[in-house]
Design a protein around this ligand. Sequence first.
Ligand code: GDP
Ligand code: MG
Length: 756
Amino acid sequence: MASLEDLIPTVNKLQDVMYDAGIDSLDLPVLAVIGSQSSGKSSILETLVGRDFLPRGTGIVTRRPLVLQLNNIKADSPLITAYTAEEAEPTLENRLRGQSGARDTWGEFLHLPGRRFYDFTEIRGEIENETARIAGKNKGISRIPINLKIYSPHVLNLTLIDLPGITKVPIGEQPPDIERQIRNLILEYVAKPNCIILAVSPANVDLVNSESLKLARDVDPHGKRTIGVVTKLDLMDSGTNAWDILAGKLYPLRLGFVGVVNRSQQDIQENKSVEDALAREEEFFSKHPAYRTISSKCGTRFLAKKLNQILLNHIREKLPDIKARLNTLIGQTEQELASYGGSNIISPESRAGLVLQMMNKFATNFVSSIEGTSSDISTKELCGGARIYYIYNNIFGNSLKSINPTANLSITDIRTAIRNSTGPRPSLFVPELAFDLLVKPQIKLLLDPSQRCVELVYEELMKICHNCGSPALARYPRLQAKLIEVVSDLLRERLGPTRSYVESLIDIHRAFINTNHPNFLSATEAMADIAEARRQKQQNAKRSADLKKKRQQELEKAAAVGEPTNGNPSPKVDSDSTITSSDSEGEDERDPKQNKDSFLNYFFGKDQQRKDGDDIAPSFSDKQERTMDSFFQQEADFMAMETLKIQDTVAAPVEAEHPELTEREELECELIRRLIISYFGIVREMVEDQIPKAVMCFLVNFCKEEVQNRLVSKLYKESLFEELLMEDETLAQDRAKCIKLLEGYKQASVIIGDIL
Ligand code: GDP
Ligand code: MG
């Protein structure tokens, strides 16, 4: 290898794959030149780069660090643009230097972003200007670096650093501690282990006094990354030579010393090209009596070769790490790819199987969610089947329980119903007819909660259906949407029949009022309840009336001297009492027979029906007689009562004034109200039991059993497969990216294998 450019193809290939693989750069070492002022540092860098662009000369020229970043670009890079009209002709200077084709190589300064310098003479001018701008015109130095990037297909991605020379005596604007300042500035760069130090010493100064070697030894005591460069071999006193140094006899450096001859001040003034200088340098060594034998290990070309080797070694050292990293990346990417369903594109033949598989999985998920056998059962909230049972047992059950069966029925309503069912003449079975008339609409109160129950279960099934997807299905959003659509349609379709069945069920309960239901409160029981309630109230009333009477007698005694009080005690009682008037006592006694008869009739009527149903002769059984006895007993109790306003125990507050309500009417109303509550309770219990069964049968189980068939019949069609299996776009992109990455990584592995 003769120049740094020889590494370009390998490094580029490697860096390409590494870039694709998202691995950080190879992190190639940085080259820094250090040495005393005018020792030839800038000259060396220039020759290594193969371009004239650095300010060189006597005195302190380099006064700010120059960070020179070489960036390799492809020869066909779109970055490379054609000559503009103004630049149609390369400058005369460039043409003279044979750099007419330099359009693919340019420099850019960090402080002048976007401006391309195709003319390297201009670059040098800009470095000088920029140096003066920050470091002043009078030999001042600055630690702020100038950053220059060179873009070219002919350079290696490498960073070179030109540094100010080590100086001892402050001159011009330099501060008294200039030596320390420069030293620190240099150390900032060369102390980094990634820095290869080119320690420059001019041959015309005694090596023992070499400032660069001293400084390099401070940061690289074992000389692992220091290359000694001896310049100005052409300027040695005649009769002396640097053979000892170059042969490593004088100063031990692991990487050795390289002797070079740069362009002299005169060469610079004469604009001697890099190529000419290199040729002359080679000639110098091959003809020099002292260096002739070692000429192949002398000169700038050899220095470049040495650097190449160091860089290559560096790359090789890093390769195992890169390879390991690549392997990890390959593993990860393969895994990611698998999560996207692998790299294999689905063949038309395998589509059917795939659709069927996804479909089955979806149907299974739907069913198992309902059955509560799903593998990913949530512990946070009730879902699926459990939620459906919750709807039945809690939501529906409670909404039924909360219905007050007579809340919307006033005593007036009941009385009106009784009167209407009586017609023009009083009927013996009046209460039963009225009861029938009144209880039917009440049963309708059960419809709303029942329909709500259907809806809640339907909504829950919808929710389940939307959560039946799987990771594999996410890859095919169209298929997923269709699966959901078909199941949603099925559910919607079943909603109607379920609702109408539920409606029918309530209608059925309204169609026939079965007063023979064994749990239905008998008139006897109802009467007993009423009588008991009245007795209680009457007792209370009597107690309070006695109290009043006693008090009045005391008052009368006390007022014995005055006018004697006459007539009945006041019929008025406290408002919280239910007693109204003692006059009603007379009313009761006025027609006890009629009351008794009508209730007996009602009672008999009902029991007679029962008897008929049981096919028993219409004579009183023992049981009946016992019941009769108790009834008469209660009646007797009742007859003794004062008229009482019926105090509602459950609901339906009685209006305060019912002057036209007869005792019989009141009793009938209360009786009917109690019977309605009893009957409603029976129907409610049945509805609570039947509605969930109906919902299960018409909606839940139906869909559970039908879902698979429905999916197959709607979606398992050859003509649909292609569309159904259209992949999610982003997922397809991710997968494509994965495949590309994987290819890149594998290619990189091959390249690494070649270099190793
Ligand atoms: P720097 O200050 O270390 O960067 O040194 P420069 O590269 O600016 O060189 C300082 C001066 O020494 C310039 O005039 C160069 O032409 C001259 N020079 C550098 N190297 C050599 C060399 O090997 N031989 C001769 N004859 N002159 C050299
Ligand atoms: Mg310099």
